[in-house]
Design a protein around this ligand. Structure first.
Ligand SMILES: [Fe+2]
Length: 157
């Protein structure tokens, strides 16, 4: 088995990079959905949710860049076309959502998908002894699990 320039197994790293690109695609669609919620939300909670959604998409944007740069660090190319994102994302596009609870419900669902993918990536990265990706996924999972708790509390669950 060949090793790459940072001592990781070449084949396992290629598989990891592909999974990270899959994750990146999901993040990009989710990011655009949340921008839509920020813009289109209406009703009593407008001011609260408008700000909350901005906080969320800012965080997603940071993670999008970290994921893409992790792919580069592993020696691969990050997906960078919307056509690829649409093709690969399991998080569906959400259009014209102006109801706060519907938006929050969609966000909780999307986080469940992302967390599941990140757990799978964490174990794949562990097998490949890729500590950098393990640490990244581990941080995202714990942060987002807490976010899900708070969003679900808002929804009264
Ligand atoms: Fe704005």
């Amino acid at each position: 088995m060949g090793k790459n320039f940072i001592g990781l197994d070449t084949e396992k790293t290629a598989k990891l990079a592909d999974s990270l690109n899959d994750l990146l695609s999901n993040y990009q669609i989710f990011y655009m959905n949340v921008r839509g919620y920020h813009w289109n939300i209406k009703g009593d909670n407008f001011f609260e949710l408008h700000v909350k959604f901005e906080e969320l998409y800012d965080d997603l944007l940071l993670k999008i860049d970290e994921i893409a740069e992790r792919v580069l660090t592993l020696g691969h190319r990050p997906a960078h076309a919307y056509s690829t994102y649409i093709e690969r994302s399991e998080v569906p596009e959400r259009k014209d959502v102006s109801d706060g609870k519907e938006a929050m419900g969609n966000i909780v669902e999307s986080f469940a998908k992302l967390i599941g993918k990140q757990r799978a990536l964490l174990s794949l990265a562990g097998e490949a002894e890729d500590e950098g990706t393990v640490a990244l996924m581990s941080d995202y999972i714990s942060q987002q699990e807490k976010t899900v708790w708070m969003y679900r509390s808002y929804l009264g669950h």
